[in-house]
Write a protein that binds this ligand. Structure first.
Ligand code: ZN
Length: 153
């Protein structure tokens, strides 16, 4: 699928992540695992997260298939989560979703996340917002099942 017409600056960041995906190596025996599929455009996300002793994200692996927006957004997510606690990730996920829904306050709060903000242009293409959010739902699902299993165990 073609990239939508985006502001050049944003387009460059997206193309860069698309061509050079960050943290794309699969992690074996990861603490947190999340998978998401979007049948609409054949997008797939497979996410693994390892936490360090302080509960911060130490390593992340993300493998994606499908459209460019999905792949670029997934790569950007991996850079945004490294070093964060799960609590901070909860906030980031919520803020990022709000930004994609058009919330200008959330946009301001993400001012340090330049790559993530490059996805703002995709808001003009509602059908593609799902492609941006697929990796974020994989992350949310993964964190949720991790919390469930650690409470149970
Ligand atoms: Zn897609």
């Amino acid at each position: 699928m073609e990239l939508p017409q985006l502001d050049d600056l944003y387009r460059d960041a997206i193309l860069d992540h698309r061509r050079n995906p960050r943290n794309s190596d699969k992690l074996d025996n990861a603490t947190i695992i999340g998978d998401s599929v979007n049948p609409f455009c054949g997008d797939e996300i497979h996410l693994q997260v390892d936490l360090d002793a302080d509960g911060r994200v130490e390593r992340v692996g993300l493998q994606s298939e499908g459209c460019s927006i999905n792949q670029a957004a997934g790569s950007m997510l991996t850079e945004a989560v490294v070093g964060k606690t799960l609590y901070e990730i909860d906030h980031l996920v919520q803020t990022f979703k709000l930004m994609m829904q058009g919330d200008s306050d959330a946009e301001t709060r993400l001012s340090d996340e330049n790559d993530l903000k490059s996805l703002i242009g995709v808001r003009n293409y509602p059908v593609r917002i799902k492609c941006v959010l697929l990796s974020w739902s994989a992350l949310e699902d993964g964190v949720l099942s991790y919390r469930r299993s650690s409470e149970a165990g």
